[in-house]
Design a protein around this ligand. Structure first.
Ligand code: KG4
Ligand code: ZN
Length: 323
């Protein structure tokens, strides 16, 4: 089965052709990061306009130089939510148009769950499965007894970890997205700044607003005293606090749920500290499948279609609270 997958929930227009929920035949991604570097973050209205401008070119590029045409596609899988409303609408309307024009089955999928399914590309998912989903929009511990059975056993009470990285990045004056830069700086620095451990308790929930405010205040106090903040040491101190708690809670969940396999997924799983945890039993996707990508949408779409079948394209709409 050939699946055409479409992802446009934030600032990446990413299309892929996936065979049977596993084999990525081709993926083409247009990222808007360079534009948003000038703004220090994503501007939703601008993002949706760029998706609209680019999606057809990404689609043309996808089918270039391969033996597969749109007539060979058996299923279209598209991100239904969560994400930015305008950005999601572009992908969904593009998907619906193709489904109707070429009479192809269509399925809508949850973006957060799709991040977990990125692990099925280079490995085989096993159950019970425990996943730490860490991205710009989400920080969740998800337990799965079997395919498509998602139980949120821990979540952030406020900001997502990636969002917190990006805000600290702005304080430090590094380019967007801050997570990438802070991780690089942290590896050159020492843990010298006194920042709090974020929600360092035995629950499986997270909270990052406290460390964000503490970092902001510390930075202000130092600047008022005329001290220059050492970006490398500040990044190292911040990263140590955040990663210590993330890893601690991932292990607490492991002890409690005793999964057969674990994974760390989402944009923040590109982080050097988290990638050190990669093992046979702890999957972390290849870098091209950690940040937002079409392939993961195709993989989840395959499993969802096998269980539930497709839907009428006219009924498919953005669903920010999709299961
Ligand atoms: O999954 P993703 O591409 O988009 C969302 O679904 O949100 O995640 C993007 C997030 C950004 O906040 C970015 O700063 C963060 O992933 N990120 C990192 C690293 N690389 C990307 N955070 C920490 N360390 C990294 N190496
Ligand atoms: Zn994502």
């Amino acid at each position: 089965m050939y699946i055409l997958a479409i992802e446009s929930s934030c600032d990446e227009t990413s299309l892929a052709i996936v065979e049977n929920g596993k084999n990525v035949i081709k993926q083409v991604t247009n990222t808007q990061i360079e534009v948003f570097k000038n703004h220090g973050g994503v501007i939703p209205e601008l993002a949706s306009r760029m998706h609209a401008d680019n999606i057809f070119y990404v689609y043309e590029e996808l089918f270039k130089d391969i033996d597969i045409t749109i007539e060979n596609i058996d299923l279209i899988a598209v991100t239904q939510g969560p994400g930015l409303m305008g950005s999601l609408l572009v992908g969904i309307n593009f998907a619906k148009t193709l489904a109707i024009e070429y009479n192809i089955d269509i399925v809508g999928v949850n973006h957060v769950h799709a991040h977990i399914y990125a692990t099925n590309i280079d490995d085989n998912m096993k159950f019970p499965h425990l996943s730490l989903v860490v991205s710009g929009g989400h920080t969740q511990l998800i337990y799965m007894k079997e395919h498509l059975d998602f139980e949120v056993i821990g979540t952030t009470l406020d900001d997502a970890v990636g969002e917190c990285y990006d805000k600290i990045g702005r304080i430090l004056g590094v380019s967007y997205p801050g997570g990438v830069e802070i991780d690089k700086l942290a590896q050159q620095g020492k843990d010298t700044y006194d920042l709090p451990y974020p929600k360092n308790d035995t629950s499986l929930d997270f909270s990052f607003s406290g460390i964000k405010s503490a970092a902001f205040n510390l930075n202000n106090t130092l600047s008022m005293k005329g001290e220059i903040v050492d970006k490398e040491n500040f990044s190292c101190s911040f990263q140590n606090r955040v990663m210590t708690v993330l890893i601690k809670k991932f292990n607490l969940a492991k002890d409690k749920y005793k999964p057969q396999q674990m994974s760390i997924v989402g944009g923040v799983s590109a982080n050097s500290r988290l990638r050190e945890l990669k093992r046979d039993t702890v999957l972390i996707p290849n870098l091209k499948y950690t940040s937002d990508n079409g392939a993961m949408i195709g993989v989840l779409g395959y499993y969802k279609y096998k269980r539930d079948g497709g839907c009428n394209p006219m009924d498919l709409d953005v669903n920010l609270k999709i299961d």
